[in-house]
Design a protein around this ligand. Structure first.
Ligand code: FES
Ligand code: FES
Length: 182
């Protein structure tokens, strides 16, 4: 079957077998190996990508089901400026160990922050329950996401304050968060 899928901004027309999983299409047909296969049973989240802006486990979806859709993988997250700020936060806060879960974790985390809601440590943990880290490095993963969330928050101007055109340091972000709460 022929599928037309826009992957990381480029529209691709590809011949696939009807049984091809989206994750296999991405890895084998497009050589986008940043999306990992950790379990193949829909449990670990290592294969998480964005399908039309929503995080999905790409081992649970057939490539033909993504026909006509847009997919973003970890390779499409960074732009011309380099790492996506969530990737930078994982690097800065040591949010990865072996790195196997990291691309799926980051894809889920970007959407989690975008959706807002409870971004406390507990809230982040609860909403990441579909993504497993076999190195059990959850503490720094949560710190990384919190760090990124604060940076996003720090770009919203306070009343009478101009948003900074660059990313604030963690210390600046924490000071600003404290000011907002006082
Ligand atoms: S490989 Fe898809 S959830 Fe584990
Ligand atoms: S960093 Fe190794 S599995 Fe998460």
């Amino acid at each position: 079957m022929r599928v037309t899928i826009t992957v990381n901004g480029t529209t691709r027309e590809t011949e696939v077998e009807p049984r091809t999983l989206l994750v296999d299409y991405l890895r084998d047909d497009l050589a986008l190996s940043g999306t990992n296969i950790g379990c193949d049973t829909s449990q670990c989240g290592a294969c998480t990508v964005h399908l039309d802006g929503q995080p999905v486990k790409s081992c649970t979806i057939l490539a033909v089901q993504a026909d006509g859709s847009s997919v973003t993988t970890i390779e499409g997250l960074s732009g011309n400026d380099g790492l996506h700020p969530m990737q930078a936060a994982f690097r800065e806060m040591h949010g990865l160990q072996c790195g196997f879960c990291t691309s799926g974790m980051i894809m889920a985390a970007v959407k989690l922050v975008e959706d807002g809601g409870d971004l406390s440590d507990r809230g982040i943990r609860e909403r990441l329950e579909g993504n497993l880290c076999r190195c059990t490095g959850y503490e720094n993963i949560v710190r990384s996401i919190r760090h990124y969330a604060r940076e996003v928050e720090s770009h919203a101007p306070l009343e009478g304050d101009e948003a900074k055109p660059h990313h604030r340091t963690l210390l600046e972000a924490e000071e600003l968060a404290a000011r907002r709460q006082s």
